[in-house]
Design a protein around this ligand. Structure first.
Ligand code: ADP
Ligand code: ASP
Ligand code: MG
Length: 423
C-alpha cells in the first residue's frame, strides 16, 4: 500500500463527465489498496469567471475579497468530486484549505504556504476514506482566506504530499507530460520521460505553466517525487501502465538521461518593459529606482543599465504585465522626478523566450546559436539575461511563436536525443 496525492487541473475537472472520470481513476487507485488524497482545481474557466465578475464591479478590487471569491471555485469542484466518488461507492470527504488547515502568509492573491496540519487528513485516511483537499487556497494566521497565485493548485498538491510524506505526487493535466516546449505552440515538441529538477525549476520560473514554480520548489525542498501525466486517458488503464506514463521529475543526474545541451524552450507573454532615459550615473541610482518598486510589492525580473554617456545612463527593467500600469504610474509620479530621469518609455508588447538545459554549463556557443537563429528570423533582441543553465531574451511579442519554433528546431529538440544539431 502506498500513499499517493493526485492533482487534477481545471480541464481535467471541466465537466460533470470529466469529474466522474476523475472519480473512476481515483476509485481504481483506492480499490488497489492505496491511500489517496486528491487536490482538484476549479472547473476550467471558473477562476477567470469569478475574477472577471469582480473586475466588472471595480478596476481595483480588494485583494482579500478576491481571495474570498476565487477560493469558491475549488470548494465547488472538491465537493462535486467527493459526491462523484461516493456515487461510485467510495467513501470520501472534501475539505477546504481552512478546514485542513493549509496555513499561509497573508499575501493575498499570491500567498505562500507556511505549514499544513496533517492530523485530519491522516485520521480520515486511516478510516479508509479518500480525502479531497481544495487546491489553490489556504488560511492566514488571522483566519483570512488566501489564494496561492494562478496555477497554485500544483503547489497545494505538492505541499500536501510533502506534509503527509506521500510516496508520490501525480499531477494529472491536459497534456501527457512535460514537453520540450508547449506542444500547443510547437506541434513537433517531444515529451520527456524524465526531466531534472533543476531544469523543471527553470522552465517553470521562465513561464512553462505546466507546473507552478512554487510546486517545483516544494518538490525540491522536501524531495517529493512528482510525475506529470494525462487525465484524459482511459481512467481504468492498469496502474503499472499509468505509473510508467508521463514525465518524472528526477533529483539525480542520471547518466542515461537525455543528454541534450538544451532540453527545453520556455516563454512568457506576461512581460512588460520600462525604461528611464538619461538617469544620472551615480551611486545609489539603481536603488532609488528599484527600491520604491519593491516597496510597492512589484517583482522586477530583468534589469539592464547601459554604459554612461556624459554622466547619464539608460535604465531598463521588466515586470509582470499585471503590474505594468502600477509600475508606470509609480515611475511617472515618484521615481522619475526623484532621480531626475529624462523620458520614461513603457512597452507592454514584449515577451520573454528562454532556452534551458543543464548541458549548457559545459558547452560554449549555445547563446550565440540562439542569437544567430533569432537574427536569421529578423527578430530584434531587446534584453538578454543568462545563468548557468538558461539564456533568456526579451523580444517583441508578435514574434514569440516564430522565435520558439525556430529555436526548437535550431537546437534539435524535435529530434530524438543524441542528434543535437551541430553549431
Ligand atoms: P492544469 O489546468 O491541469 O493545471 P495548465 O493549463 O495549468 O493545466 O498546464 C498545462 C498546459 O501547460 C498544457 O496544456 C500546455 O499548453 C502548457 N505547457 C506549457 N509549456 C509546456 C511544456 N513544456 N510541456 C507541457 N505543457 C506545457
Ligand atoms: N483555479 C486556479 C487558477 O485557475 C488554480 C489552479 O488551477 O491551479 O489559477
Ligand atoms: Mg495549472
Amino acid at each position: 500500500m502506498s500513499l499517493i496525492v493526485h492533482k487534477y487541473g481545471g480541464t481535467s475537472m471541466g465537466s460533470i463527465e470529466r469529474i466522474q472520470n476523475v472519480a473512476r481513476r481515483v476509485a481504481k487507485w483506492h480499490a488497489a489498496g492505496h491511500q489517496v488524497v486528491v487536490v482538484p482545481s476549479a472547473m476550467s474557466g471558473e477562476t477567470n469567471r469569478l475574477l472577471g465578475l469582480a473586475k466588472d464591479i471595480s478596476a481595483t478590487p480588494d485583494p482579500r475579497e478576491l481571495d474570498m471569491l476565487a477560493a469558491t471555485g475549488e470548494q465547488a469542484s472538491s465537493a462535486l468530486l467527493a459526491i462523484a466518488l461516493m456515487a461510485q461507492g467510495v467513501s470520501a470527504r472534501s475539505y477546504t484549505g481552512w478546514q485542513v488547515p493549509v496555513k499561509t502568509d497573508s499575501a493575498y492573491t499570491k500567498a505562500r504556504i507556511t505549514g499544513i496540519d496533517d492530523a485530519r487528513i491522516r485520521a480520515d485516511l486511516d478510516a479508509g476514506r479518500v480525502i479531497v483537499v481544495t487546491g489553490f487556497q489556504g488560511i492566514d494566521d488571522d483566519g483570512h482566506i488566501t489564494t496561492l497565485g494562478r496555477g497554485g493548485s500544483d503547489t497545494s498538491a505538492v505541499a500536501v504530499a510533502a506534509a503527509i510524506k506521500a510516496d508520490e505526487c501525480l499531477i494529472y493535466t491536459d497534456v501527457d507530460g512535460v514537453y520540450t516546449t508547449d506542444p500547443r505552440v510547437v506541434p513537433e515538441a517531444r515529451r520527456m520521460n524524465v526531466v531534472s529538477f533543476e531544469e523543471m525549476l527553470e522552465m517553470a520560473s521562465l513561464g512553462s505553466k505546466v507546473l507552478q514554480i512554487r510546486s517545483v520548489e516544494f518538490a525540491g525542498k522536501y524531495r517529493v517525487p512528482v510525475r506529470v501525466l494525462s487525465s484524459l486517458t482511459d481512467p481504468l488503464i492498469p496502474l503499472d501502465e499509468e505509473m510508467k506514463s508521463g514525465t518524472l521529475i528526477t533529483f539525480e543526474e542520471d547518466k542515461n538521461m537525455e543528454a541534450a545541451v538544451v532540453s527545453g524552450i520556455a516563454f512568457s507573454r506576461d512581460e512588460a518593459k520600462l525604461t528611464l532615459l538619461a538617469v544620472p550615473d551615480t551611486p545609489g541610482v539603481a536603488s532609488a529606482i528599484l527600491g520604491p518598486v519593491a516597496a510597492a510589492n512589484i517583482d522586477v525580473d530583468m534589469i539592464v543599465q547601459n554604459q554612461s554617456v556624459k554622466g547619464t545612463t539608460d535604465f531598463s527593467f521588466t515586470v509582470n504585465r499585471n503590474d505594468f500600469v502600477r509600475t508606470l504610474e509609480l515611475l511617472k509620479s515618484q521615481v522619475g522626478p526623484a532621480v531626475g530621469a529624462g523620458e520614461i518609455i513603457a512597452d507592454d508588447k514584449v515577451c520573454k523566450v528562454s532556452i534551458v538545459g543543464i548541458g549548457m554549463r559545459s558547452h560554449v556557443g549555445i547563446a550565440s546559436l540562439m542569437f544567430r537563429t533569432l537574427a536569421e528570423e529578423g527578430i530584434n533582441i531587446q534584453m538578454i539575461s543568462t545563468s548557468e543553465i538558461k539564456t533568456s531574451v526579451v523580444i517583441n511579442d508578435k514574434y514569440m511563436e516564430l522565435a520558439v519554433r525556430a529555436l526548437h528546431k535550431a537546437f534539435g529538440l524535435d529530434q530524438e536525443p543524441g542528434q543535437v544539431v551541430a553549431e
